[in-house]
Design a protein around this ligand. Structure first.
Ligand code: ADP
Ligand code: ZN
Ligand code: ZN
Length: 734
């Protein structure tokens, strides 16, 4: 009987780097549901798989099909919607589907751990027709008693509470459910969005942006809030979020590195009370799972988190916000490669909901999408406070002797600001004490044994450190090459800057923020506390201090060394420099005093430096975009990169040659440019040699067609186990 045989097989996704799904037999009466996890026999052991579909025949000869073992979940851990999103990702980013699906789960559920079975049902009252109510009151006093109790409880009542009212509660509740007088939900319903805090009035620009967005909020739409630093973007997000909560909808609010924006967390808490939960990389897997689960149940309405929070489950998602949308940390560059902003846009599209991107320095891609009228753009050009962000002033460092990286002019400005009770910020994107260790006699430089990289001196550790692989060694007393004892260090890192400034300004605290100085989140928070108090101090640091912070006492910000970007081999370098320059200068003058911003350079006449001091971000972004058009680079083109690494360069190149052979003919037919294979910029990294093969095309459609044609052949190439390869769709660099 065909009916009995039906749906005896199921396809599962397993987190292994193969581009396929796996079929298993399941019991006929198994109520197997899509999105639940199973324990599956695999090779000689077991693996966890996610059930994706059921069918009545298997892809492989049925006698070779093995039976799935037990189901690990009572309810699906991935909704149909997230499965569809993951499958889109696997297709778009050309990643193995199993790995992508598992990526969409909280780390805690990627293995075989079971969910904690402590879901609690809460019943709450519906709005009832007076006639129905009267009827209940008259006919069934016991039901009425339960109904009144449920109505009186703002958060609803659970089984334990109901039992205290009437031991026979279950039947009464069922009767009330049938009359649609009450309904249940997991956990407590979200509290109303009232938090007692009065919403500040929006200024005219904020109000206009808010109103214009809202007009398009009933459908999928992408909104770019392009507002200068401190213009009140966050306030606009808050208003939009507030509206969603009033409608009982949930919101995903993505930020770059939340551990580092504790100030934002505080603001969200003040505005939305306990209606939000957090998820970021400093939390344990279990903590993140709990946050994920609370959001899924609807205990909280806002998921505030980093990149992977995008995959939070919700059946009433109303809005996604991506703050600092230009930030590189939205790209995941190891394991499954994807861009959280772009996947968020896809998710919003699939759900038919709006998404808001915000930045003071929007990515060229997003600006380009506004130009092409794919996104709506709103500008906030003023700060609600009195003062505009400072213009960037160049400090000409040619032939100048610097003290710990600072020109004497800058030191005088620092002193002036500190004396007038200002806080000052110095940006130097190089941690450690000195980046170059060199023999004065023969020119030998200390370099890593495992990478094509120099070692950085970390004086506090008395070690030379590789920033790429973590390799460490004691600083040599004599030159490795010639035995000379005159070994010197060159260049300045944050550690040296800190030491110098402490000596120069002994009466003021110097706060250093970089990866070495803030081993713990606590240390970071304590340092920021000094800033919050508003006393004069010097803040120095790397990327971490460039974004997000809103400290009104900062009146001067300076970029110490930006010149490397002018000579970088990366075509993205100028874009990154401009974004950093505007972000760093924008930290200054947010309070009741006009700020100042400086950039030290030995190339003040370089066109990029000139434009930094004269033009707006939008103008510079426009001119970079025009340059890119001539080159046929993103945002006008899309880049797909095949990368391989092996124990020697020949093997890596050989692998890419084989890939190239698979795609060359199609590439020519579709007029897609194919560059390489060539050794990667840093060829040797962590002991492996790396090479790349790049596809670039201004015609996205052709590129996709090509990839779909050739990927099956590429994934079928046999090569030695020791060669690893990945494909990187929308690769950031060439
Ligand atoms: P952004 O997110 O654009 O950097 P914020 O939202 O952090 O800007 O706003 C900068 C400062 O201005 C904050 O201290 C904020 O409280 C304040 N602010 C924002 N909007 C208003 C407003 N409409 N009225 C008064 N102050 C505001
Ligand atoms: Zn030497
Ligand atoms: Zn190294």
């Amino acid at each position: 009987m065909p009916d009995k045989l039906s749906k005896r097989f199921a396809s599962f996704a397993i987190a292994i780097p193969l581009y396929q799904l796996f079929d298993y037999a399941i019991e006929e009466n198994d109520e197997a549901r899509v999105g639940t996890r199973y324990r599956l026999p695999f090779a000689r052991g077991y693996k966890t798989g996610i059930l994706l579909s059921r069918q009545d025949s298997a892809g492989v000869q049925s006698h070779r099909i093995r039976p799935a073992q037990e189901c690990l979940d009572v309810t699906p851990v991935l909704s149909d919607h997230l499965i569809a999103l993951a499958r889109w990702m696997a297709d778009y980013y050309l990643q193995p589907p199993g790995e992508v699906l598992f990526q969409c789960l909280p780390g805690y559920l990627r293995g075989s751990k079971s969910e904690k079975p402590d879901r609690v049902k809460y019943w709450r009252a519906t709005t009832l027709q007076p006639a129905v109510r009267e009827n209940i009151q008259r006919r069934s006093p016991k039901q009425h008693q339960i109904l009144l109790a449920i109505e009186a409880a703002t958060d609803g009542l659970n089984a334990i509470q109901l039992k205290q009212i009437n031991p026979g509660w279950a039947g009464l509740v069922r009767a009330l459910e049938t009359k649609q007088a009450i309904e249940w939900d997991w956990a407590t319903p979200p509290a109303s969005s009232h938090t007692g805090q009065k919403l500040p009035d929006l200024n005219t620009e904020q109000e206009q942006a808010y109103a214009a967005m809202k007009r398009r909020f009933d459908q999928f739409s992408v909104h770019l809030l392009d507002g200068i630093t401190g213009s009140g973007k966050t306030e606009v997000y808050f208003r939009l979020i507030h509206d969603q909560l009033k409608q009982q909808r949930q919101v995903i609010y993505l930020v770059p590195e939340i551990g580092l924006t504790s100030q934002l967390v505080e603001r969200v808490r003040q505005r939305f009370g306990e209606q939000f939960t957090l998820s970021h990389s400093a939390m344990t897997e279990r903590q993140r799972y709990i946050a994920w689960d609370r959001f899924r149940r609807g205990d909280v309405s806002i998921m505030l988190g980093t990149r992977s929070s995008l995959f939070s489950q919700s059946d009433r998602l109303g809005l996604i916000v991506v703050d600092e949308e230009h930030d590189h940390s939205y790209r995941q560059d190891d394991g499954i490669r994807y861009h959280a902003r772009d996947v968020a846009i896809k998710r919003a599209q699939m759900l038919g909901i709006p998404i808001v991107l915000g930045s003071a320095t929007p990515s060229l891609e997003s600006l380009h999408n506004c130009d092409r009228e794919h996104y709506y753009r709103y500008r906030l050009s003023q700060r609600p406070t009195r003062f505009a962000p400072p213009e960037i002033e160049l400090i000409d460092c040619r032939n100048m002797k610097l003290e710990y990286g600072c020109s004497s002019f800058l030191l005088r400005r620092l002193e002036h600001h500190l004396k007038h009770k200002g806080q000052v910020l110095l940006y130097l994107n190089r941690r450690g004490f000195a980046p170059v260790i060199m023999c004065h006699e023969c020119g030998w430089q200390a370099s890593c044994q495992h990478c094509d990289a120099r070692l950085t001196l970390h004086q506090s550790l008395n070690r030379l450190l590789c920033h790429h692989c973590g390799f460490m060694q004691t600083p040599p007393g004599v030159c490795n090459e010639c035995g000379n004892v005159d070994i010197k260090h060159y260049g300045i890192g944050t550690e040296q800057l800190e030491q110098g400034l402490k000596k120069h300004f002994p009466q003021y605290p110097v706060i250093r923020i970089d990866r070495d100085s803030i081993a713990s989140r606590g240390a970071f928070a304590r340092r920021l506390e000094i800033l919050r108090q508003g006393e004069p101090c010097l803040l120095i640091g790397t990327q971490m201090i460039a974004k997000g912070h809103d400290y009104p006492a900062i009146t001067l910000s300076a970029i110490l060394d930006a010149d490397q970007a002018l000579f970088s081999a990366s075509y993205r370098a100028s874009e990154s420099l401009v974004q950093t320059a505007f972000q760093v200068s924008g930290r200054s003058g947010r309070g009741d005093r006009q700020g100042e911003a400086y950039l030290q350079t030995s190339f003040p006449e370089h066109p990029l430096m000139q434009s930094l001091s004269h033009s707006s971000y939008a103008e510079i972004a426009g001119s970079i975009t025009r340059e890119r058009k001539m080159l046929g680079f993103p945002p006008w083109a899309r880049v797909v990169m095949f990368r391989a690494d092996a124990l020697n360069l020949e093997l890596a190149i050989e692998k890419l040659d084989a890939i190239k052979a698979c795609l060359q003919a199609s590439a020519a037919r579709h007029q897609v440019k194919c560059i390489g294979p060539i050794p990667a910029l840093m060829t040797r990294r962590i002991g492996r040699y790396r090479a790349q093969l790049c596809l670039i095309s201004t015609d996205t459609r052709k590129l996709r067609v090509l990839l779909h044609e050739v990927m099956p052949n590429i994934t079928a190439i046999k090569s030695s186990q020791s060669v690893k390869w990945v494909v990187d769709v929308d690769a950031f660099d060439l």
